[in-house]
Design a protein around this ligand. Structure first.
Ligand code: PGA
Length: 234
């Protein structure tokens, strides 16, 4: 079971340090064994010491170079970062990144041996077309991605469920995860409005191997409560 927190464009460097310390104390005190990952903004990268893996929300697929506003491998190496989110819906849909760029990033960071949390998910209009259209949409987002990569984690996050308080029904989540499981051996996380009050139901579903959480994990207390839930059902 993997419980990952995506801070998006929230938290300063100090807030991130405080969060990390709170989680570390909680994990040690409660002997939490589920895997924990956090994705702070790039300005909050640091050399963290603890079991919780720190990854980046994005990076450009180069060691360094003339890419204004981006960070590359060398900036990540400075902090020992070896985990990256690729394909988050906000990068695809808000920032307009193409599938071709996702594949380029995937291949670059795979080559570097990074753990890659690769996100997929459909917009509402695709879901409304039915399951066949939905799976075809997800398949297109997996195009060019090596699904046999050993350090791959998939995060299924319906776009319409992210930050909205809406989630698919438990049956719907299980159906999609089970369909994905047919082609993906890696852990498959669910994301999209996971909170303390629905984590138990979602994490207990077949083929749900954890969660990627935004707003519901922005407070360290909530993240820790979800860790406790995950620990009880893993
Ligand atoms: P949310 O975000 O938990 O706020 O819906 C999830 C995500 O974007 O990864």
């Amino acid at each position: 079971m993997i419980i990952a927190a995506n801070f998006k464009t929230f938290k300063t460097r100090q807030e991130t340090l405080d969060y990390y310390r709170d989680v570390k104390t909680f994990i040690e005190k409660n002997e939490i064994t589920v895997e924990t990952m956090i994705f702070p903004p790039a300005t909050a990268l640091n050399t963290f010491k603890g079991k919780t893996v720190v990854g980046v929300q994005n990076a450009y697929p180069v060691a360094n170079g003339a890419y204004t506003g981006e960070i590359g491998l060398n900036q990540l190496k400075e902090f020992g970062i070896e985990t990256i989110l690729i394909g988050h819906s906000e990068r695809r849909h808000v920032l307009g990144e193409s599938q071709a760029l996702m594949v380029q990033k995937f291949n670059f960071f795979k080559e570097q041996g990074f753990t890659i949390v690769y996100c997929i998910g459909e917009p509402l209009e695709v879901r409304e077309e039915g399951n066949e259209a939905l799976m075809a949409y997800l398949d297109a987002q997996l195009e060019g991605i090596d699904l046999n990569y050993e350090d791959l984690v998939i995060a299924y996050e319906p776009v319409w469920a992210i930050g909205t308080g809406l989630t698919p029904s438990a049956d719907e989540v299980e159906l999609i995860h089970t369909a994905l499981r047919q082609k993906i051996k890696s852990p498959i996380l669910y994301g999209g409005s996971v909170k303390v009050n629905n984590a138990k139901e979602l994490l207990a579903l077949n083929n749900v191997d954890g969660a990627l959480i935004g707003s519901g994990a922005l407070q360290s207390e909530n993240y820790c409560r979800i860790l406790e839930i995950a620990e009880s059902i893993k």
